[in-house]
Design a protein around this ligand. Structure first.
Ligand code: AR6
Length: 162
């Protein structure tokens, strides 16, 4: 399912964070998650993970979030589309679900990874998200695609209806 809203406020087992490879915190959804979880605690937990490669995912506790876990994934920076960006983005969704399965999380919320600061076109990112999630084998039984803006919600809704 897709909804429009603030991912930090959702009642799910795990929220996915669109992080950077240093797991250093930042702006956008990453900043919102760090603020809502508690900056100091989350920064300390992230520091123990030793970074995260683009396309990979690693978990921390959710701390102040109602979600029990935060799954940090690192999307690709858009460089025109011929540098494997779509494959890396698909890997973010797959790896995040694999980590969710390891945690036995049954409900997971995803932001529109890479579509902010990292510049991935929203329509292509929505296709990658929906296509990859549909093809994945997982124990997660509730996947929520969280759009921050109406345009992204419209893209998800059309793809999910088709
Ligand atoms: N809830 C849901 N979605 C949100 C929220 C929120 N509270 N806030 C923003 N979005 P971005 P990226 C949407 O830039 O492109 C950070 O500095 C936003 O509208 O957060 O993967 C990291 O540290 C957009 O659709 O992530 C990295 O350095 C989507 O989340 C870098 O940005 C992703 O936008 C990652 O860039």
């Amino acid at each position: 399912m897709a909804i429009q809203g603030d991912i930090t406020r959702l009642e799910v087992d795990a929220v996915v964070n669109a992080a950077n490879s240093a797991l250093a915190g930042g702006g956008g959804v990453d900043g919102a998650i760090h603020r809502a979880a508690g900056q100091a605690q989350l920064a300390a937990a992230c520091a123990e993970l030793g970074g995260c490669a683009p396309g990979d995912a690693k978990a921390t506790p959710g701390f102040g979030l109602s979600a029990r876990w935060i799954i940090h994934t690192v999307g690709p920076v858009w460089r025109g589309g011929d540098r494997g960006e779509a494959d890396v983005l698909a890997s973010c969704y797959r790896r995040s679900l694999e980590v969710a399965d390891e945690l036995a999380a049954r409900s997971v919320a995803f932001p529109a990874i890479s579509t902010g600061v990292y510049g991935f076109p929203k329509d292509l990112a929505a296709q990658a998200a929906v296509g990859t999630l549909r093809a994945a084998t997982t124990e997660v039984d509730r996947v929520v695609l969280v759009a921050f803006d109406a345009e992204t919600l419209g893209l998800y809704s059309r793809l999910l209806a088709g």
